[in-house]
Structures are given as C-alpha cells and as structure tokens.
Design a protein around this ligand. Sequence first.
Ligand code: TRP
Length: 370
Amino acid sequence: MKKGVVNPWEVKGDVDYRKLMEEFGISPLKELPDVFNKEILFRRKIVFAHRDIQKILEAAKNKKKFVVMTGLMPTGKFHIGHMTVIKQLVFWQSIGAKLYIAVADLEAYNTRGQSLEEGRKIAIEEYVSNYLALGLKEKNCEIYFQSQRSKDAKKANAFYRLQNLLARYVTFNEFKAVYGEITPGKMLSSLLQGSDMLHPQLPEFEGTCPVLVPVGIDQDPHLRLARDISKRIKNPKFTQLSSTYNIFAPGLKGGKMSASDPLSYVSPTDSEKEVENKIKKYAFSGGQATIAEHRKKGGNPDIDVSFQYLKMFFEPDDEKLQQIYSAYKSGELLTSELKEILIEKITNFLKKHQQEKQKAKKQVDKFILK
Ligand code: TRP
C-alpha cells in the first residue's frame, strides 16, 4: 500500500483506517439498535467507528434532546461522496435529532483561498438544494454559514464569542502536537470548527445536551482538540462531544473522491452520457486484463470501484448485492457487465434526484439563516 496523506486539510492516496483508529483512539462501531439497519450506511458498516456514541443512542431511545452537527466546505461540485454524510443526517433527523449544518465558507476562504461570494453561490446552488433533494426536512434543521451564523445578534454573538473562549484554553504547542504544520488561518478554522461543534450547547441555542458529529476520519484532529478544550471550560458546562466516522467514497480512479478533480467523481449534475462515459472510462476495475483470464481467475469486488458504489449507495437490496459480489468474484460477471449494472442504477437515481432538486430549489431559503 502506498502511503497516503490524511489530515483535516488534505486527504490523498490510500487510507489505512485501522492504523488511524489506533493512532487516534477511536472504537469500532459494534451492534446498533435495529432501526439503524434501515440505513445501508450503518447496515454495511460504511459508518465504521465512533467515540462516545452511547449517550446519543440513549438520548434517542429516551426521546431526549440531542443534536447531530456537521459541516461541509462549499468548494467545487456536490458529488456522490458527499451523500455519505447527508444520508446519515437524514436518518438521524428521522429518529428525532435536531440537525445543525455548517456551510464552511470561512474555512474554504482560509484554507483554499475561495472567496466568500463564490462559497455562498456554490453552497446555495450546488450543496443545499442537493441536501434537500436527498430528503432533509425543514423541521429541526438549521443550515448556516460560518461567516454569518444568524440574523439574531444574540445567537451570532454567542457563536463567535465561543470561538474566542476556546482560544483561551489551548496552547500553541497543543496546536503543533495535534496538527503538525499550522498557520494562523488554519488555527482560526480549527477554533471556528470547535465553535461549530460546541455552540449547539450554548444557552442561546439548545443548552447542554449530547451532540454527535458525523465526519470522515480526516476530521478527527478537530474533534480531539475540541474535546480537550471543552473539558477545561467550567461555564458553560459542555457534554463531551460524540462522533462517528464513515469511510470515504473512493474516487473513480481510486483514492478519495475530490470536488476539485471532476474525473474523480460522479455528480448529480452530470448528464447521463457523462456518467456512462466516466464509469466506462475511469472507474477503477478489480477485473482481470482479458475476458479469458477474468473467467478463469475471477474479479476482486473489494477493490472494484463500481462494486463499491453499488455497496455504498445504489444497490439497497442485500441479496442482490451479494449475488453481484459472488458472480464477479467467480468470473461469471464481467467488468463491462458490472459497469452496466451500476450505470443503470445511477441513471435511475439521477433522474429522480434531478426532479427532487428542482422542487428543492424553491425551498432553499427556508432552511438558511434562522
Ligand atoms: N472541516 C470540514 C471539512 O473539511 C468542514 C466542517 C466545518 C465541519 N465545520 C464542521 C465538519 C463541523 C464537522 C463539524 O469538510
């Protein structure tokens, strides 16, 4: 395995999840209550690890208040890799969570040099309408911009005040220990993300309550830092943050799907022709070099990107997925046939999704800036 890079600002190459879990002190996600099996991301262990999820499960079970909070950088196109987090949010909302979603426009400004105007435009046109099309409901859901937390000054002040409070409780050496290389812009982003994750518990928002942060494993340094800092603050008293970690959707050519590389992803705005072309041309295959060899030796679904997409997103039927897995492994199913199955599934999904997105566009305003 070639060594990848994984930190909150960059994910490149292969990700060794087991090693990172050990290094970061994250636990594997074991048995979950039955309702979780409705969502394939849980059923198929795409969400594979956690910290302190127990108190979230208890709150959900006892119908107590809990928040699920996450954020996305509005850079480039919304792509199917982003669906992992959004689909989790839709699920949590369905079992009673209050959702907070940060549009990380300030982070994109500080770490990617993207203007706030551009971030705003992309967020509204590309991201938020796709969230709604994926089933996010207006009730119990707040979407906000990091650069503009709320129209209500009391709330906005509390949010930015918290970012400053956090700074008082952390040293420069801790920053260096957690992140290695650090710049003033990155420091501000990580404290702002701290405020993103902790502010739901302020009296101006929900008050002290359990908060779950579903993220990719690259974001864990932010969680460790926020957990450490918040423990030191006596007033307000924070309930320790919980988190879950999902594996990254692989990019078409392998590695991580990245909004900055159009040939690495499939996007809801791709046309049918584009999807077909991208999958046929670029989707990394676990098949053999020739048909004869494939029939003889069989393919490897575990590294095949088309199979991974079926597993993560597009084939909800476990039995059918298993059949495809076995047929591919035995050599009975060819790479071209596997790709056809995927292309058809994605095409159907996109048709429905586009319609939902058109409807959603009119709703976007209702979700933001409360
Ligand atoms: N840093 C995250 C990313 O790069 C985005 C983000 C901003 C976030 N605030 C957050 C994630 C709060 C989780 C919780 O994608």
